[in-house]
Design a protein around this ligand. Structure first.
Ligand code: PLP
Length: 389
C-alpha cells in the first residue's frame, strides 16, 4: 500500500467543496439549482485575448518559454501595473505563474523557512492557510472585527508579531468579506510591517472591483513600501480568464530570482498560448474589463437591496464580488444553514468555516441578474421558514 505523507494528509477536506459537490449532483439530477458558490466571473473574456490565443495556436507558438514567463509577457505586466496602480516595475521584477494561487504559494516559499510565521488577518481566503502550511510555515490567524470592517490594524499587527514572523498576507479587496483598506489604513498597516521587518504579500486579485473609494495598491505608497511588498495578481478575475491559469508576482529582483528558480524546478513555465492571450488582454483597450466591473457594480447594488429586504445581515461590500452574510441568528452552524438552503430551495451558498468565519456564508454575485433575483427570492422564503420555526 502506498503510504501517504503527513503533509498531504494534513490538508482537510473542505466543507465548502462538499456543498459545491452536492449542488452539482442536484443539477445533474435535473434540479434548477442556483449557485452563489463559485468565485468566477461568468462574463466573456476579452475578444482580443481569445483571438491572440487562436493565432498563437495557428502559428505553432507553443514551446517552453522562460520559467518566469516570456519577456513580452513580463513587459505587459509592467505596463498594466503602471496603468492600473501607478507603480513602476521592470521585467526583472516580475514572474508569471500558473494562476495567482500559485503566485501566493511561491511568495510564501520564497520568503519563509520552515517554522517561520505568516500573519493571516481573519476572515481569510482559505488557500492562504493551507499553502502556508504546505510551505512548512506557521499561519498566525488574527481575527478582525466586523466593527472595524474586517480590517487588520497596525496595533493588531504589532501585537501578533514575534521574532519568527516573516510575512503578512494582505488580501485587498478581500475574499470573502469584500472589505477594502483606505489609503490611510494601508499606509498605517504597511508602514508598521515595514518598521517591524515583516514582508507584505499583497494579493490584489480583486483590485478591478471596487465600489467606493478608488483602489490603492500596497506597493504604490512609496518606494520603501514597494520594496517591502510581494504583489500578487493575475488574469482570472479582472479578465474572466480563470481557466487560462495565469497569475504573476511583482517584487524586488532577488525575490523574483528566487521564485524563478523554484518555478524552473516545479511548474517549468506558464503555458505559452495562455501567455499570448494574457498579453493581448493586458495591453488591450480594457473595454471588456470595464464592462464587467460596471456589471458587477449593478449586481452588487441589486443583491444588497434584495438581501436587506430578505432580512439577511451583511456588511455592504467595498470591493470584490462577494456578499458576506452573518447567519448566526439562524443557529451557530453555517454548514447546516447552507445544506438546508440547498436541499429545500436548491440555492447554494458557501459556508465560511474554512475561511475562519464560522456562522457566516458567502454569496458570489457572478451570475446573471435574473438568477440573482430568483435566488434571493428563494433565500427570503427560506429565512421566513426558519424564523417561523
Ligand atoms: N487570491 C484570491 C484572494 C482568490 O480569491 C483567488 C480565487 O478565488 C485567487 C487568488 C486565485 O486566483 P487564480 O485562479 O488566478 O489562481
Amino acid at each position: 500500500m502506498i503510504r501517504l505523507s503527513e503533509r498531504s494528509l494534513s490538508l482537510p477536506p473542505s466543507a465548502a467543496m462538499e456543498i459545491d459537490a452536492r449542488a452539482r449532483e442536484l443539477k445533474a439530477l435535473g434540479g434548477d439549482v442556483i449557485s452563489f458558490c463559485v468565485g468566477e466571473p461568468d462574463l466573456p473574456m476579452p475578444e482580443e485575448a481569445s483571438a491572440a490565443a487562436v493565432e498563437a495556436v495557428r502559428r505553432g507558438d507553443m514551446k517552453y518559454t522562460y520559467a518566469a514567463g516570456m519577456p513580452e509577457m513580463r513587459q505587459a505586466v509592467c505596463a498594466a501595473l503602471l496603468r492600473d496602480t501607478g507603480v513602476s516595475y521592470a521585467p526583472e521584477n516580475v514572474a508569471v505563474t500558473d494562476g495567482a494561487k500559485f503566485a501566493g504559494y511561491a511568495a510564501v516559499l520564497a520568503v519563509c523557512d520552515p517554522g517561520d510565521e505568516v500573519i493571516l488577518p481573519s476572515p481569510y481566503w482559505t488557500s492562504y492557510l493551507h499553502f502556508t502550511r504546505l510551505a512548512g510555515a506557521v499561519p498566525v490567524v488574527v481575527p478582525c472585527s466586523p466593527e472595524n470592517g474586517f480590517r487588520l490594524t497596525a496595533e493588531q499587527l504589532e501585537k501578533a508579531v514575534t521574532p519568527r514572523t516573516k510575512a503578512l498576507i494582505l488580501n485587498n479587496p478581500g475574499n470573502p468579506t469584500g472589505a477594502m483598506y483606505s489609503e490611510g489604513e494601508l499606509r498605517s498597516l504597511c508602514g508598521k510591517a515595514l518598521e517591524l521587518g515583516v514582508t507584505v504579500i499583497a494579493d490584489e486579485i480583486y483590485s478591478a472591483y471596487t465600489y467606493g473609494a478608488p483602489f490603492v495598491s500596497a506597493a504604490s505608497l512609496g518606494e520603501e513600501f514597494r520594496d517591502n511588498t510581494v504583489l500578487v495578481n493575475g488574469l482570472s478575475k479582472n479578465y474572466a480568464m480563470t481557466g487560462w491559469r495565469l497569475g504573476y508576482l511583482a517584487a524586488p529582483a532577488p525575490v523574483i530570482r528566487a521564485v524563478t528558480a523554484m518555478l524552473s524546478h516545479t511548474t517549468g513555465c506558464p503555458g505559452t498560448v495562455a501567455q499570448r492571450a494574457a498579453i493581448a488582454a493586458l495591453l488591450g483597450d480594457q473595454k471588456a474589463a470595464k464592462e464587467m466591473a460596471e456589471e458587477f457594480r449593478t449586481r452588487k447594488e441589486l443583491i444588497c437591496r434584495l438581501a436587506s429586504e430578505a432580512g439577511l445581515r451583511f456588511r455592504e461590500p467595498e470591493g470584490a464580488f462577494y456578499l458576506f452574510a452573518d447567519v448566526r441568528e439562524y443557529g451557530p452552524d453555517a454548514v447546516r444553514f447552507a445544506s438546508g438552503l440547498l436541499e429545500k430551495k436548491q440555492v447554494a451558498v458557501l459556508p465560511c468555516d474554512d475561511f475562519g468565519a464560522p456562522g457566516y456564508v458567502r454569496l458570489s454575485y457572478t451570475l446573471p441578474r435574473s438568477r440573482i433575483r430568483e435566488g434571493m427570492e428563494r433565500i427570503a422564503a427560506y429565512l421566513k421558514e426558519l424564523k417561523n420555526g
